[in-house]
Design a protein around this ligand. Sequence first.
Ligand code: ADP
Ligand code: MG
Length: 318
Amino acid sequence: MFGLAKSSTLRARGVMGMNQRNISYIARYNDRSLYPNVDNKLRTKELALEEGIAVPDLLGTVSYQHDVEEVFDMLPKDQGFCIKPSKGSGGKGILVITSRDENGFMKASGSYVQEQDIVRHISNILAGLFSLGGDADVAMVEALIEFDPIFAGYSHEGVPDIRLIVFKGYPVMAMLRLATHASDGKANLHQGAVGVGLDITTGNAISAVQYSELVTHHPDTDKVLRDISIENWRSLMTLASKCYEVSGLGYLGVDLVLDKHRGPLVLELNARPGLAIQIANQKGMLENLRHIESLKLRRALNVEQRIDYVLENFAVGR
Ligand SMILES: Nc1ncnc2c1ncn2[C@@H]1O[C@H](COP(=O)(O)OP(=O)(O)O)[C@@H](O)[C@H]1O
Ligand SMILES: [Mg+2]
């Protein structure tokens, strides 16, 4: 089984391990001074908007405990919303509310929370409970992303996102993450979401995992995961590739969502993207990374040229 194979076997398959990622890629290609661009979701939003890149709408922020009650003025009356820590990761501290009625605020799973739960949640965010290094944080209120109907039946009770690993501006590997009942409205693998490896040149599903085990069907809806194919794939590759210039990071995880009304949006950027994407793809990413490292170009390529290059050179099965 891929997830449990010996490390020598994994190396032979070009699978990158944690130490190698940290030393040979993150430390070498990601300038530490640029981390705040991506470790703080508010900053990432600003940078993306400056570059004309669409992001989920920010409805407001709460920075201080004595202002927590102000959140109720920010919340839309007849639409859903999402409250998240600006320095969070891995889906921690994310509260997705899809609607509200006389019973309170309804979560993606169908269960309800009340005003006092929201107050407590925001206090926890401000105290740094979910944030990198436990730093004091800011709570962000975002408009609810309404996912594209092409994912109906594939993502259960939550918005799916598409993760691309972008190396020196070239997309090298991709995965679709689908929410499950277990993941409670979030598409993070550690929360129990399903990861579907996608052919980086076509957006067609290759294989899928949940909790590092191969799966063929969505655990809640039973839909066949292999049938997934993302439309307009090139436009998503292009959007992800642009985030290289936005962030300045050489080894980057770009998370995109497809909003029903607004189209592709950049949800967040990551300077230390996880390695499970290789399990979802049943393939290591070292081959593509080394291919890009070995390029000898007289001048750097622009975004469209980089995408052309990937389409020509990284088709699965070559
Ligand atoms: N505005 C939103 N509307 C609906 N779902 C959201 C929203 N923001 C985040 N989510 C859900 O939560 C997951 C994690 O959000 P993200 O912003 O990527 O934070 P993290 O850094 O913790 O991964 C997303 O993949 C998505 O499933
Ligand atoms: Mg994320």
